[in-house]
Design a protein around this ligand. Sequence first.
Ligand code: SF4
Length: 211
Amino acid sequence: MIDRLPDDGWRALDILEISVYQNAGLSKDIINAARRKGDKFGTEVQISSYPKFRHTFSLHKAQTTELVEDIWTACKMANVWGCHCVRGDHIFRCPQSIYVPQLTGGNMTDEGFAIASTPDVRDRLLAFLNGSGPLHSCANCVGSCGKQFNQTGLPRKSWKDDLQAPMEDIVDYALLARSKTEMQLIDDCRTPERKMRGLSATIARNFKKLL
Ligand code: SF4
């Protein structure tokens, strides 16, 4: 999609982050073209790779409401990082709540807020984004506290089988305990590309060779 982003999109963006997944085969040409566009339109282009993933969903609901409450309380996506997102004409508190209803027999918009041009939309949207939880989706999602594993590529046909593990088996309980009290935990799957600010491209290249 980056190579299809129109110039108006670049003009509107302060920062664009490209997530690089080893198995997705994103070419260096596309990344370099994005950097050039960023230079042209004043958009900072950040590159991050994800050598590790964390479990996210299970098709089987958590067995206890306590676990669901804990996962929600600890969840950085909805409560700290503000990973709210737009899909079609709906806003969601987290990307996961777009997908869980569809995986569990519901509809995509079940946990969404319908965007409509009404005088009270701002207040209703703030109430939606700041509402109490957990979401219904939290019963099938471990949020930011899934067990970590090395990134692998799975064929699309086996995606559903990968979601058969019970919720209780895919939680990183140590991280869950820490996440309930520590606000500043970072996403430790994300590995940002190291920057060499202030160096010319040639010096930076030579410096890189020495590392
Ligand atoms: S659905 Fe998952 S990501 Fe969304 S708030 Fe619940 S635990 Fe967090």
